[in-house]
Design a protein around this ligand. Structure first.
Ligand code: AHM
Ligand code: MG
Length: 344
């Protein structure tokens, strides 16, 4: 993390990045620029969430007789409206929609595809805990015209950009275009995301694990053994680890990215593929974590190599510091007594 005296807005950072690639047409920059506008609009609404009783409860009419939208539906609509007409995209897909979302026929289509989870962890809104938005950008596969499902169903290693915004004690936009991971904090007084965390590097090993431990009974034995190992006492090996689980993926991964450790949402006996979605949650986070020097896997395979079969498919997720994910994977692979001694 570095702070400089010079204020570098996300806009400027994107333009500087583009200059480093002379062949760039500006489309990717355009996508990121417009997304940052959508996220500022969502921020404005999220920051008013606690005023629901005053401004009108979601799903009901407000004092002006207008229907108050649920925040996740609002976020979904704003991202679409901001991104549909720039001529950069040929199709979009959102966690909120069953099918792909075409670009309206009156607007030009472009060479990129946008996938997004407009407001992740939305059950946390009522308790004023952090929530976030996640996005992922691919180059289209089809040559021209309206984009198709095929354009959306690409393995994660083909992402050209990914990022998230965490609406927490401050609002931060974190993104990668495959050239490191950079974080920008929203300065509400000027309405700009300004560079606050340049070239984020995840520590090689952390001290924290993040998992919903309430589902312990449903976990595979290998998972139970790994968590028991992290909780066991070994001062020299840095154990026991601390447990931290917000239940909001963006916030849990943001902490993991900055301070190290491991985030997990495994498959279990009730949900063999876990809960999180490959295309909207796991892949963008896997790209970011790898770009920061960490690792992401589904337990048996590198996340970014998984070939998707469906837009909304779920996947077990294990990501974070390299050494922590390596060790977790060893436990997951070993169905017997578990690796002896681990890495410390
Ligand atoms: P959502 O897309 O319905 O908001 O669910 C996703 C969220 C993630 O942010 C978080 O990691 C996970 O659900 C928490 O699930 P659980 O309550 O089962 O631990
Ligand atoms: Mg989600």
């Amino acid at each position: 993390m570095s702070f400089s005296d010079k204020v570098i807005t996300i806009e400027r950072h994107i333009i500087d990045g583009e200059r480093a690639h002379p062949g760039a047409t500006g489309s990717l920059s355009g996508i990121l620029r417009e997304l940052s506008l959508a996220f500022k609009i969502i921020y404005r609404e999220v920051s008013k969430a606690g005023l629901a009783n005053i401004l009108g409860l979601v799903g009901r009419e407000n004092i002006h007789g207008e229907q108050v939208k649920k925040l996740d539906a609002f976020a979904d609509e704003k991202i679409f409206e901001t991104m549909d007409h720039g001529g950069f995209l040929c199709v979009m897909a959102s966690e909120e929609h069953d099918d792909i979302i075409p670009i309206p026929p009156e607007y030009p289509t472009g060479k990129y595809v946008l996938l997004f989870d407009p407001l992740d962890g939305s059950s946390n809104i009522d308790v004023n805990a952090p929530i976030g938005s996640i996005f992922s950008v691919y180059r289209r596969m089809t040559p021209a015209g309206p984009g198709t499902l095929q354009d959306c169903l690409q393995p994660g290693y083909k992402q050209v950009a990914a990022g998230y915004v965490v609406f927490g004690s401050s609002t931060m936009f974190v993104y990668t275009t495959g050239d490191g991971v950079h974080g920008f904090t929203l300065d509400p007084s000027i309405g700009e995301f300004v560079l606050s965390h340049e070239n984020i590097r995840i520590p090689a090993k952390g001290k924290t694990y993040s998992i919903n431990e309430g589902y312990h009974e449903y976990w595979p034995e290998s998972m139970k053994r790994y968590i028991a190992y992290l909780k066991s006492n070994d001062t020299a090996g840095g154990r026991p680890y601390s447990g931290r689980y917000i239940g909001s993926m963006v916030a849990d991964i943001h902490r993991t990215l900055l301070t190290g450790g491991i985030f997990m949402y495994p498959g279990d006996s009730r949900s063999p593929q876990g809960k999180l979605r490959l295309m909207y949650e796991a892949n963008p986070m896997a790209f970011i974590v790898e770009q920061a020097g960490g690792r992401a896997t589904n337990g048996t395979q590198r996340m970014l190599d998984v070939v998707p079969a469906a837009l909304h498919q779920r996947t077990p997720v294990f990501l974070g510091s390299e050494e922590d994910v390596d060790l977790c994977e060893r436990f997951m692979r070993d169905r017997g007594a578990g690796p002896s001694g681990g890495n410390g």
